[in-house]
Ligand binder design. Structure first.
Ligand SMILES: O=C(O)[C@H](O)COP(=O)(O)O
Length: 207
């Protein structure tokens, strides 16, 4: 039986995560802590005995750097890797570069939570999770999933909200459920899929 392995990892802490700034399509690199988180993610995958046939990442440095560091830990630096902006973070529009606490003071906790975690309310000038899903899901279905179903062990390094969008579909979450779903930096989530592309098993390597 083929191993329909799909591992999703949010990038390690970025410079703007540390500064508590909305990032979106801006392109800060990892902090020292983010580098350590990415290496730790690679070590955890290695400890699980996992190796990969292909990798996917976004068009943004923090995800690419995370992938590179994980692959070095696993001993697979030459792994075929595809980069595509379909996996980029949600575009935070006019919020990009603003401090998240300042935004809460200006617009209120509830409004900022709706912009950050709701399914279909976009931040000003940016993408809702629904918009992010509308570009990430076709990419997943056309470029990532067929390989997974053929038994290509697949590693994806991307972003909090592009991965939340995919997780919403994989785990069949409702808009109410996705509101509460957080994704920690540098924590691999290991899925094994059934032949019909539904999730057979999920293991979250947190802690
Ligand atoms: O783009 C960002 O600011 C972060 O990567 C994700 O931010 P969030 O947790 O506020 O959605």
């Amino acid at each position: 039986m083929s191993d329909r392995l799909l591992v999703l990892v949010r990038h390690g802490q970025s410079d703007w995560n540390l500064k508590n700034l909305f990032t979106g399509w801006k392109d800060p690199d990892l902090t020292e802590q983010g580098i350590a988180e990415a290496k730790e993610a690679g070590r955890k995958l290695k400890a699980q005995g996992l190796t990969f046939d292909v990798a996917f990442t976004s068009d943004l440095t923090r995800a690419q750097h995370t992938l590179k560091l994980m692959l070095a830990e696993i001993g697979q630096t030459g792994l075929p890797t595809t980069k595509n902006l379909a996996l980029n973070e949600r575009d935070y529009g006019d919020l990009s570069g603003l401090n998240k606490d300042d935004a809460r003071k200006k617009w209120g906790e509830d409004q900022v939570l709706v912009w950050r975690r709701s399914y279909d309310v976009p931040p000003p000038g940016g993408e809702s999770l629904k918009d992010t899903l509308a570009r990430a899901l076709p990419y997943y279905v056309q470029e990532i999933l067929p390989g997974v179903l053929r038994g290509q062990r697949t590693l994806v390094a991307a972003h909090g909200n592009s991965l939340r969008a995919l997780i919403m579909v994989l785990e069949k979450l409702t808009p109410e459920q996705i509101l509460k779903r957080e994704l920690a930096t540098g924590v691999p989530v290991i899925y094994r899929l059934n032949a019909d592309s539904t999730v057979a098993t999920k293991v979250d390597l947190a802690a």
